[in-house]
Structures are given as C-alpha cells and as structure tokens.
Design a binder for this molecule. Sequence first.
Ligand code: PMP
Length: 393
Amino acid sequence: MTTQKLASSVQGLQSSAIRELLKHSKMPGVISLGGGIPNPELFDHEGLKMAADAVLSTHFGEAFQYGLSEGYPALREAIQQLSADRGIQCAADDVVITSGSQQSLDILARALINPGDTVIVERPTYLAALQVFSLAQANIESVGTDGEGMIVDELEARVANKPVKAVYIVPTFGNPGGVTLSEARRKKLVELSKRYDFVIIEDDPYSEINYTDEVFRPLMAHAKAIGNQDNIVYTSTFSKILSPGTRVGWVIVPEWLKRAVVNLKQTTDLHTSTLSQLMTYEYLKTGRLPGQIAMIRDAYRHKYQLFASELEAELGDVLSFHKPKGGMFLWAKMNNGLNTTRWLEKTLSNGVVYVPGEFFYCNDPDYATLRMSFVTATDDQLKEAVKRLKASL
Ligand code: PMP
C-alpha cells in the first residue's frame, strides 16, 4: 500500500538481476560466471599502498576536506593525458570526475532526457544503463548487433524516420555482448549523429582490456575529422583497470553540456570522494598503471582462451558465441532454444551461475541467450563450470 507513496518514476525500478544473482554466487561451492566484477587477486596491492601512503603523508588536509564538483584539478589533467593516449583530444576543463561511469550515465540521463524522449540502445545492452534511462522515463528502443557491433544501417533507418535524443553505446568489448564496433561503423555512427542531430553517449569501461594488437579508437576520437564535436559525450572509469571500490570515473563533455553536468554532480553528491580521487591521482603518478593494465589484459586473455576452448569442446554443439576481442564477457546463445532463465535453477543446483540474457533487453528478449564472465574464476573452476553446465543440460 505504502508503495503508492513512491514517485511513479521509481515504482517500476527493479533491483539489478545481477546483484540478486551475486547473492547465490556467494553460496559455498557455487562457481560464479555471473557478476561483471574484476578479479580482486589482480588488484595492485603494492601500488595502491604506495598511493595511500603518499596521500596520507603529502595531502592529509586536502584528502579529508570537501573538494570541487568538477573534480581534483591534477586528476583531471592526468585524465586528459590518458584520454590523449586513447586518441581523444580534449582540455582538462572538459573532464568532470564522477563516482564511476554509472554516475556519469545517471547525470547524463538527467541532463539530457525529458520524459518520453527516445534513447536508442544496442540489443542487448548494459542492464544498469536500461535502469538509468527508464528512471529518466525515456522511451527506450533498441537496434540489433552482430559480430561488428551495433548495426548502424538499422539505426539509420530508425533515426531518419523519427527524432531521437540520444544513442547509448558501449562500442568496444561491450557488456554483455562482448562485440566491438568496426571502424567503418564508428565513422558512420558519428556522421549520423551529426546529420540527424542526436547525442552519442559513449560508454567505454573496457577498451584497455584488449586481447589483440588492433587499435579501436573511441567514437569521440573521430569527432573532429567528421566535424561533430558537439554531439558526443564520453564516459570511462578506473573500475576495471585499477579498482571499482574507489568509485572514480569521468565524463568528457562538450561546452554546452558542461554547466549542466557540473550542477547535477553538485546536487547529487557535491563531488566524488576526495580521498579516492587523490589516491587515484597518486597511483597514476607512480607510473604503474600501464603495467597493471598489461597484467590484467594477459590474465583475462588467458582465462578467456581457456574458457572458450572448454566451451567449444564440451558444449560446441548446443551453444554458439562471437569471439570477443577483449573485455570481461562471453555472450552465448543456446542453439536448442533453451530458456536460460529457467535453466538457471538447474545449473544453480549443480553449482554454477551465469546471467540469463533476458535482462539485457529493453523489450522482446531472446530467452536463449546468456552472459558468462570468466575473469574471477580460477582455471580449474572454469573447467569445472563447463562440466557442470553440460551436466545440467
Ligand atoms: N558501463 C558499463 C558498460 C559497465 O559494464 C559498467 C560496470 N559494470 C559501468 C558502466 C559502471 O562502471 P563504474 O564502476 O565505473 O560505475
């Protein structure tokens, strides 16, 4: 009854299915392919300790004090440099520090979306982005993906028809699909955003976890050449390359959006934890991040290769998947049309969990799909997980 007192925008808000699943994954003996969480064994204990010591000895007063809503200036400068290495030319002033990309998405949705505005997402897409856009009361529509990422021709047919406010995309090693937008499609998407005047919300948490030698330039890196610098917003995070618990991410915004984003950041939480920002800044100063990224990439690539080959050997006839070029996820489809939401009960009783694909669709889900994360299980657990999946058929 009292739930009627809730704002209508939150009445339909569900707890993330993945967070619910994580509860099961903590049960003794259960192997989790569920949560998209980084492997904690790879956290750089020594480097983070050095950073923490430096913060306490040289920034003590500052670290425990309020800070600027835009973020700690020296960290914004360091992120500008990191962005330049990814091919993005921006000023430190264009960078706003957030409490993770999740907050960037929430702030951007509030800055851009009026109830009923259309936001286009990939099919499938990141579950928590769907939550953000539905909380903003957007009309969410989806465009299909294939091995080259979002099918941009399908998007063109849609945007040419009716106005669209924004396109949300994880172009590199996506979550959950693991797919990467091809270079030709990247250019076309940036061109379409110019021609049809919609904002691209580019979400890039995974691009550093690249298993290949190919370079995937962010959409924002194409903006200048295509003359579309006003319509692309880019968010990224230290969550997958350093630590998710510190909650430090950032958003790079065009001039017209800056004031609104900073004001929303201020009304949300004043600023991201000064302690976390300073630790991140001091960590970057140690010069250890590139080595840390290389180590994470090698470890995840190894796990991916092992897991994929086990899956192919044991379940190749019932399950198919695109081979991701990086990231943390393997997205698969059951060729026999098995409903993976129902199947989960069975696999859970056999001691293995994954995320059923249905949660990653804004409508009309494909129930035969599933997302598996291979980065936290040990090698032996990955092999055992495949055996348990097979036994659950
Ligand atoms: N976007 C995507 C696609 C993600 O997978 C995640 C993390 N699961 C986020 C955003 C949020 O990351 P953060 O920890 O930076 O808030």
